[in-house]
Every structure is written in C-alpha cells, then in structure tokens.
Design a protein around this ligand. Structure first.
Ligand code: KG4
Ligand code: ZN
Length: 342
C-alpha cells in the first residue's frame, strides 16, 4: 500500500499545532505554537484571546509545518482536524482552515475527537496492543477507556465533576503558582512529604472519579490557614495533594485491571507527563503483568501529531467528513463512541 501522509490540525485549546504524520505512526513534521505565556498573565486560558491568537497564527504554523516536511501539499493524502471537544472559538479556527485546505487541494477531510487523539498518541511510539486499557488524564477529561480494537471501545468510567488536570491547575492557583499548574505542583511535590491529612475520595467500586471535594478541601485549608496567619508548607501540601489524587487514579486502574484482561495499559493526556503518576501506574501494571505505554512528553500535551495518528484508522476505513461538520465544544469520548457505534 502507498504511504499515507495526513496533515493534522489541532486548535482545541491554547496550542496552535499542525503535523504531517506518515502511516499514522511516523511524525514527518510537527509545529506546536503555545499561547501559554499569554494566558499565564490571567491565571488560565481566556477563550476569546485563544481564538484570536489561533486566527493570527494558524497560517504561519501551516507554512512552517510544510517547510519542515518531506512532502508537499499536493502529496498529502488527507486533512485531519480536531472538531471536539474544546473551546468553541478555538476549534472553529482549526476546522475552517481544514475545510478550506480540503476544498482547495481536493483532499478528503477527517474529523477527530481530541480525547481519541490523546489515546492514539501512544501509537506514535509503540503499537497499541489490543485489548488495552487507557487512562485519559487531561485538563478537560478523566476517563478510563477499554479498547478492544481500533473501532471497538467502551468507557468504563469518567470524572463526575472536575478533570484531574483542572484540579492540578486550581490547587496550583490557590498556592500562587503560575498557569499551567500541573508541572509546578509536580516540582514542589518532589521537595515535600505527604504530611497533610487529605479527605477520602469516592469510596466506591465504580470506575468513576470525583476530584472536586479534594479541590475544595485544599482551597478551604489554604484560606483558613492564611486567615489565621499560619504557615502553609507548600511543598508538603503539593505532595499530599498529588499523592491523594494519584492514589485514586491508581485504585481505579487496579480495579479495572482486576476485572478486565488486557495486554496493554496506556496513559494519555497532559497529566500523563507527570513522572509520579507514571511511576505509580507502572507499579499497578507490574502487579498484573500488563505492558505499560506512555507517550513521549512532547506527545502528552496537545499536539497535531496525535490527531494525525487517530485519523489514520479512519482514513483506512474511508470514514470521511463533509463540509457541514461543525465544532462541538463538549463531546465527551463516551458520546463520540456511542455515536459511532450506531
Ligand atoms: O491534554 P492537555 O494538554 O490539554 C487538554 O486537553 O486539557 O492537558 C493540559 C493539562 C493541564 O491541566 C496541565 O496542568 C496538565 O495537563 N499537566 C500536568 C503536567 N503537565 C501538564 N499535570 C501534572 N503534572 C504534569 N507534569
Ligand atoms: Zn488535550
């Protein structure tokens, strides 16, 4: 079969990114332009600013991606784009760019769910071995997904409230660390010990998660201690929070591995860059003799390459989108799977 080159576009949040991915696996060219420094001034992503910056930068990102690539626009097999979930205005910039490229160059258009992209980032480094269990941990989602094959998936559980990355960011914010908080909490936690008492999270046997209680507990603790002029041991608090959150993720992964025979465990999403999480999940996988795959750090946070990887099975199956597709800000992976099951 001829090599397939997919030009993939990702603009769901605060990264304008494009990649050219060969056969869903080899990254021929990748550009990631992050807006992080701008949003850091506001303590989080400002949607209006994000979409304006995507509009300003997307053509330059396209130019750079093509300049770095071995193939020309004419040799591209298809255009893939994140259409959901994410910030509406941001998604629309990438989506319109993809539609225009598809129309002008007469290439098929492939729509990709962002969360699925995070999962398929694991195919860039290794081959996902089925059946596989994926833990998606990002700023917007916390999901446990059972993958029976490229097209047969089941969401075992999800966060009932805040996503784990969002909680990292909120805890960091109350501790006056810059956005994005996740990497900063991780650094501080390395210097501390888990000496703060933390609440018990969902004490149940479902695969769902709930982190909002932990978030509120820490915010209240910081406010109360500040009012009383008591010292807050930031490193210890970061360490206590991280341990509690990661213990809960591990507990649910452990439960899922007890009940489902899988060959492969996959970590996906921005929080999977966290070394402590990687180490603790590795321990659980060892217990069940399950092979653990984690994406390279650059493919953990938002990037176009993961969208190219997720688009490849759709290309092979000739599942193409028409020009009527619109951005969907809140399409969960569960909704995506249910719609595509029909
Ligand atoms: O996947 P991603 O880039 O964007 C979304 O789709 O949400 O994830 C971003 C999230 C942020 O909440 C960020 O704080 C978190 O990933 N994150 C981390 C680390 N690196 C990024 N959280 C914990 N430890 C890290 N090292
Ligand atoms: Zn993401």
């Amino acid at each position: 079969m001829e090599d397939v080159y997919i030009l993939a576009i990702e603009t769901s949040c605060d990264e304008t990114s494009m990649a050219i991915v060969k056969n869903g696996k080899f990254v021929d060219s990748l550009t990631i332009l992050t807006q992080m420094d701008t949003h850091a001034n506001f303590g989080g992503v400002v949607p209006e600013i994000a979409s304006r910056m995507h509009a300003e930068n997307i053509t330059m990102v396209l130019e750079e991606t093509l300049n770095k690539s071995h193939v020309t626009m004419e040799e591209i097999s298809a255009i893939a784009v994140t259409y959901a979930p994410g910030l509406l205005g941001s998604l629309l910039v990438g989506l319109e760019c993809a539609k225009v490229l598809s129309y002008v160059y007469n290439k098929p258009l492939i729509k990709v769910n962002h969360t699925l992209g995070h999962i398929f980032a694991n195919n860039l480094e290794n081959d996902i071995v089925y059946p596989s269990l994926a833990l998606v941990v990002s700023g917007g989602h916390t999901d446990l997904v059972l993958l029976n094959s490229e097209f047969d998936m089941e969401v075992l559980g999800s966060s009932l409230d805040d996503a784990i990355g969002e909680v990292y960011d909120k805890v960091a914010r109350v501790l006056k660390m810059p956005y994005p908080g996740g990497p900063n909490i991780e650094k501080k936690a390395l210097l501390g010990s888990p000496t703060y008492d933390m609440p018990i999270l969902m004490n149940d046997d479902s695969y769902n998660f709930s982190f909002s209680g932990l978030k509120s507990y820490i915010i209240n603790l910081v406010h109360n201690e500040t009012q009383r002029n008591n010292e807050i041991r930031i490193n210890d608090l970061a360490c206590s929070f991280q341990k509690t959150a990661v213990d809960e993720l591990c507990r649910k992964v452990d439960l899922a591995l007890t009940k489902n025979q899988v060959k492969n465990m996959i970590l996906a999403g921005g929080v999977s860059a966290n070394q402590y999480l990687r180490k603790e999940i590795a321990k659980v996988c060892k217990k069940y003799n399950v092979l653990l795959h984690v994406p390279d750090i650059i493919y953990c946070t938002d990037n176009g390459a993961m969208i190219g990887a997720a688009a490849y099975p759709l290309y092979k199956a000739h599942i193409f989108a028409d020009y009527k597709i619109n951005a969907k800000s809140s399409e969960t992976i569960k909704k995506y799977i249910e719609q595509n099951d029909k």
